[in-house]
Design a protein around this ligand. Sequence first.
Ligand code: SAH
Ligand code: SF4
Ligand code: F3S
Length: 450
Amino acid sequence: MSKKVHIKTWGCQMNVYDSDRMVDVVAPLGYAPTEEVADADLVIFNTCHIREKASEKLFSELGRLRSHREAKAQQGGRMMVAVAGCVAQAEGAEIKNRVPWIDMVFGPQTYHQLPEMIARVSREKGVVLNTEFPPVAKFDFLPDTSITTKVSAFLAVQEGCDKFCTFCVVPYTRGAEYSRSVDAVVKEAGRLVHEGAREITLLGQNVNAFHGEGPDGKTWGLARLLYRLAEIPELKRLRYTTSHPRDMTDELIVAHRDIPQLMPFLHLPVQSGSDTVLEAMNRKHTSDDYRRVIDHVRAARPDTALSSDFIVGFPGETDQDFDATMKLIRDIGYAQAFSFKYSRRPGTPASAMTNQIDESVKDVRLQELQKLLREQQEQFNIATVGQTLSVLIENKMQKDGLVFGRTPYMQALHLAAPECLVGQEVRVGITSAGFQRLEGVVATVSADAA
Ligand code: SAH
Ligand code: SF4
Ligand code: F3S
């Protein structure tokens, strides 16, 4: 490989998946991935539009990149620069205007066309702008090998969203809900395992709304897909993210009880504990609906660790509404969670609401909420000290003699163990725990780790 590609990724796991697939798409053209932006012949910024400031950050990154690009040109080389992802999808024309030297701007649905775009950039002057939603899904055009596969791999099974929560840009940047066929998913999972993956996280903006065409011609839901994937012999662990409470079907909940490979961890965003706010958000579920789902999941698999997303300071959120969110958090008890201040996104219904909340109020609420979530996470981790847990070793760490792995509950763990254990499930006695991670000692290595 003679050329180098550098990709910087912001945003959700789907963007991480997309970036890896972009590496695979350009590999046949002779591009090898590099961490060093100055070395790169092709730089791709894969962007996220979910909250404010994303585009400002992008423009300042592009400003910094310009000097590298000019240095390269002075040496007689060329650095192609592309903006991809959700900011590109939402603000493609503006990027083209503000950064006239940019080479390519393309959205999440067109990166399989990178070889054609690169060819056009080499041939012509001017910007290639490619933010259409093509009628045929990109997945069928992606390479069937990968040089980026990891022990814990992502697999996109569903993309887009039809739910239109009033705060959210995803339905606009990722388009309408789309599910891949079961055959395509099973084939990609087989390939990932062949390339060394031992855990697969199925991805989708609404992954539990998956409704792909099955090999029998019928529509399969996520639960059926999980049972099918659990038949792959060397695949030790399955996870899925992100889910919507409304799509937690009974069948999917039962799968948590019946599929041993499906890890006891569920990321189920609730956003708020107040029914008034949930309604204004167009979430189409109440806080009791959410509690019922959690009860059912815990009845099916009592040790399920829970995670969620929260927004504070949504337009109109009162102190009482915020208290209802705090109460929900206390009632449920989370192993981890993400929380954000509401951010006004142009074009979404909530950004036009007149009852916006002061930044200072949002700040105070976020601090209070994060303090509680942090305590819960710490308590959850400390409660595992003294237990022996199965840990999938994902990679060696920079510091010699240490490896990184995760427990079934998604807890990060650092372990003194040989590198040859990467890809193995190891029984680990947990010796200490903090907010962010656990430490432990190897108890036993699973039978196949000889
Ligand atoms: N598809 C996922 C969420 C994608 S965005 C789902 O439905 O759960 C990830 C998280 O970002 C959301 O769950 C929400 O908590 C947060 N988020 C989305 N839009 C936001 C906004 N305008 N302001 C603040 N947080 C937002
Ligand atoms: Fe956004 Fe709501 Fe769709 Fe999630 S369900 S992607 S929060 S619109
Ligand atoms: Fe961001 Fe797009 Fe994901 S807006 S969160 S990268 S779907």
